[in-house]
Design a protein around this ligand. Sequence first.
Ligand code: ADP
Ligand code: MN
Ligand code: MN
Ligand code: MN
Length: 351
Amino acid sequence: MAKYKLEYIWLDGYQPVPNLRGKTRIANDAPKSVKDCPIWGFDGSSTQQAEGHSSDCMLKPVGLYPDAGRGDNAFLVMCEVMMPDCKTPHPSNMRATIEDDPDTWFGFEQEYFMFHDKRPLGWPHDGFPNPQGEYYTGVGYANVGNVAREIVDKHLDLCLEAGINHEGINAEVAKGQWEFQIFAKGSKKCADDMWIARYLLLRLCEKYGVDVEWHCKPFLGDWNGSGMHCNFSTKYMREAGGEEYFKKLMDAFEKNKDEHIAAYGPDNHLRLTGLHETQSIDKFSWGVADRGASIRVPHSFVNDGYKGYLEDRRPNSQGDPYQIAARILRTISEVPIAAEAPAEESVGLAK
Ligand code: ADP
Ligand code: MN
Ligand code: MN
Ligand code: MN
């Protein structure tokens, strides 16, 4: 009889950046949906989530993904960490802080470096490679080395087989730096998918002896840092929008500048300097097609009457997509939207 491997995955209690954790549970039947995955537990005293004398934490499954990299009978089960009553979210559970809205769409652009022996892939052991210029979207051994492309391609396949909306890959501006994009409808869903995509990349890199360096500025000086630009749109932004609403939204983002930075990943002052396509950390600005702004407004947004999506360029590569999404949704919720026009019936118009 076939057995099924379920990898339960969760985020631990480390600060300021949680680690991914996972352990395997064998099932006799294939789960058809996440509802078929039972609640499970783990020893929170080993993950900075509990004291030793009362160590149980609970894993509540929230997402189910086929795990093609492990075989036909394998699944990844994304979980939230709960208190022993299974109802109260654990303090480390940032997913529970999101006011979810399935009509909110998110697209994250994850940048990162691949490292071997504490140096980016393709860098000499001492000193530096050629300055930045030819690496971005580059091709050839001199630009991308001999193993990175195989890894990013395999990662793409693993994500697609898991049902994750991986949207694309590019080699980035620094040597050894890469990007992939994940898009989903629903804020929790997109953040779940990003954590699973990170898990798949970390696990894939194990067999190449490669570490994923998520830090937002591994090298000071004239080397790009890593961001995780967050593209977002609500139903209202896509369908109603308008210049007046947009300006109010930007005012709210400006007012909450510090709260956003606090949710956007550690050490961001090293990256948001005003150089390397960033706005400096103590300023807020928006601009049409401006990659030096905090929020970039796509041309299409203005051309469509201030409707569509916006790009917050400040979140960094180590940021937690749950916290980033939660903060953006909170600021959006502070801006009143125009009441919907009454339906024809209710104003008694003749048919
Ligand atoms: P760039 O590098 O020019 O900033 P990318 O193509 O890397 O742009 O990323 C753009 C992101 O915007 C993608 O992840 C895409 O899915 C996302 N996106 C596109 N349309 C929307 C939308 N309506 N709402 C939210 N995100 C969107
Ligand atoms: Mn991009
Ligand atoms: Mn990029
Ligand atoms: Mn971008």
